[in-house]
Ligand binder design. Sequence first.
Ligand code: SF4
Length: 400
Amino acid sequence: MQFSYSDKKRLGLYVHVPFCRSKCAYCDFNSSVPQSADIMSRYVSAVISHMESYKNIIKEYEVDSVFIGGGTPTALPKEELVRLVRAIKKIFPLSKGAEFTVEANPATVSLASLKQLRRLGVNRLSFGMQSADNRELKALSRAHTREQFIESYRLAREAKFDNINVDVMFGIPYQTYDSLLKTLRFLTRIGPEHISLYNLKIEPGTPFHNNMKAVKEVCADEEMEYAMYTAAIEYLASCGYYQYEISNFARHGFACAHNLKYWNCEEYLGFGVSAHSYFNGNRFSFIPDVRKYIPAIEDMNSSIELTADSEQLESRERMGEYIMLRFRLNDGLDPNVFFEKFGVSFEILYGGKVQKYLKNGFMIFNGGRYALTPAGMFVSNYILSDILEFEDLGAYVGNF
Ligand code: SF4
């Protein structure tokens, strides 16, 4: 069957760039400081070839969101990033008005590179600022200062980017309730369209984890983190940034279309090391090691397996995933939509657990939808583990 342009199915596209100028002390993302420019060029070529191999598979699709993330995509030499963007546009049919995001580190952009990306159709930038306080940035070992962020942001506006996200973290070393609000006040004054606010998690294998005791001593405790989180939600709402997801706030019309795809269980393909995909009811990801990924694609006869894991989701798993993702969103979960999707009642399956959270103020039922309150969002991992019975964490409930 032939599809006309408008009949095509929608697809998100993610490309992972696993390179950074330096490694932040808290980071467990798949990224490293590249050994040479050559490795970056070979990596970009490998990703392009990999994407090309999907040309036939995606014939019935058009791409309505692209996200080049990392790592730090802008750590690539300018010509390599441009080559990657051009290849994406050539290989994938992009729908009119598709959201096209590139993640950027404030220390790695120039006016010329931003202008070129904008000309090529990149229409959204995502800056990892994390904090507007130089002492806090230093403690995170970020590669940039507050001043460099301000300059990069100014350049992005000069390059005519009118959709900018800025990442902020809370619960980081030396940060106080007041310094977080100061960072947010600074941010709302310069006025990006979107703000992501993440809680620091100390992940195994990171320098922070290796110095856990010392790091925790200079971080807010959990009670203070909760106070910071709720104050941030209130403050951002008062400045016109509505919270649409646990960690995401946007001016009206600027919610991130690409991330919404993940949370709405829509299809997307990811390319590059560790990139995940959800396509045709199948979840899969590619191997995490750049040194294997590149030869696996360069050498047609290579025996290296590109796919790290793959699973066809059973109905119960799809249900669990849907619940987990819907409860990240302020919109929450509509039991009628759940019934339409899975043919079973949400209340019959999960009603008992949900009642407990409704009673304790972690969840509300409003406008026909179940949604987590800010208190529930702060402990969403625990609540969802409990509802979906990953493990019994019910005792945690009632801490706030
Ligand atoms: S810039 Fe981002 S991806 Fe790179 S090391 Fe820092 S946190 Fe990790």
